[in-house]
Design a protein around this ligand. Structure first.
Ligand SMILES: *Cc1c(COP(=O)(O)O)cnc(C)c1O
Length: 348
């Protein structure tokens, strides 16, 4: 059997619950593309539907599928203070009638009152998430252990918690959501190829954080024989560290699907030239990308992820790494609520 035949069965073996409004649109950016000298398309995963949307909704479908199978009544998750994942896990928990317990890490040195309390934090509060604070933001394993300790206390109180872990010690179930996203995108492209005679994209550009979106999309693409280069824009770690992480995660995702999909080192492409000064800290290229996308397309990008990924895309075109005239697919992973948390930086 070819990997193509294997995949839907491999995915279907995993329980999921539906949280998205998908399929999300695949749109052409008629103004921004010509300004950059490329044919630019965007996969609108900012429009996944739940509570202001974003890529984490697709990942949560698989974590919540597992949680539901375990008769959960409480969801635990950890993230940076302005985490979209935390906001969306809290939202998904409310949809299920479960209690959201969230841990906010001090991962970004930012004392700005908007950063500390607006954007996603405000939404966490409106969603009634029970908030815990954790001060060691750069130690993923420690953050997970602290979450497990909170879960143990809740279990003693008679609750049935399910923990969504972030560190490499735990399986990348969320990546399955992006296997599905890549296959969905591939089918949309095939339909457009037939209907409009468009070319297939020569490059895909995607943000690379925990790496599950990047790794999942890569595995999904390869599973249907789509061998497009997928450029991951580093938002948290340097390219070398991120490369290893994405390769590890991609191979784990293949294993979750029952094997049979080949991922090589050459498949993993990451770039960290727009990472400085570090995770969650704004820089000039990202600010410029946010303004340009808003003012040319009314496309709202965020300072931490999607704005950075667009800044990376613009650098690739500037440097000729993506040649002028190429057909490029940008994966918009959402993040708009963080715009309000960064208003001081964005208006400076
Ligand atoms: C988390 C996040 C990402 C990165 O996704 P990973 O799967 O962690 O790599 C990108 N964009 C947005 C808006 C996010 O919230």
């Amino acid at each position: 059997m070819s990997p193509r035949d294997l995949l839907p069965a491999g995915l279907a073996a995993h329980k999921k619950i539906t949280l998205t409004h998908g399929p999300t649109p695949l749109e052409r950016l008629h103004n921004l593309g010509p300004q950059l000298g490329i044919d630019l398309w965007v996969k609108r995963d900012d429009c996944t539907g739940l509570a202001m949307g974003g890529n984490k909704v697709r990942q949560l479908e698989y974590y919540f599928g597992r949680a539901a199978a375990q008769d959960t009544d409480t969801i635990l998750i950890t993230g940076a203070r302005q985490s979209n994942f935390v906001r969306l896990a809290a939202a998904a928990a409310r949809r299920q009638g479960w209690r959201p317990e969230v841990q906010l890490e001090d991962r970004v040195p930012n004392d700005d009152p908007y950063y500390r309390s607006s954007g996603n934090v405000l939404l966490d509060q409106i969603l009634g998430a029970h908030i815990h604070y954790f001060d060691q933001g750069e130690d993923e394993a420690a953050a997970d252990r602290n979450l497990d300790a909170i879960a143990a206390r809740l279990r003693d109180e008679g609750r049935r918690p399910y923990v969504i872990h972030l560190s490499l010690d735990h399986p990348p179930y969320g990546g399955l959501g992006y296997v599905e996203a890549a296959i969905e995108t591939w089918h949309q492209l095939q339909a457009q190829l037939r209907a409009q005679g468009r070319r297939p994209p020569s490059h895909v550009v995607i943000p690379s954080g925990s790496g599950l979106t990047h790794a999942g999309f890569l595995v999904g693409a390869r599973s249907v024989g789509w061998d497009v280069p997928i450029l991951g824009v580093c938002v948290r770690r340097d390219a070398e560290t991120q490369n290893r992480r994405v390769l590890t995660r991609a191979r784990e995702i293949v294993d979750l699907l029952g094997g049979g999909i080949k991922i090589t080192e050459q498949d993993i492409i990451t770039d960290d030239q727009v990472l400085a000064p570090g995770y969650g800290r704004i820089n000039a290229p990202t600010k410029a990308a946010i303004s340009l996308a808003a003012q040319s397309e009314a496309l709202l990008l965020d300072p931490v992820y999607s704005g950075r990924a667009m800044a990376g895309l613009m650098q690739f075109v500037d440097q000729g790494r993506i040649p002028k005239g190429s057909d490029v697919l940008f994966i918009h992973t959402g993040g708009a609520p963080a715009i309000f948390a960064y208003q001081t930086d964005l208006l400076a």
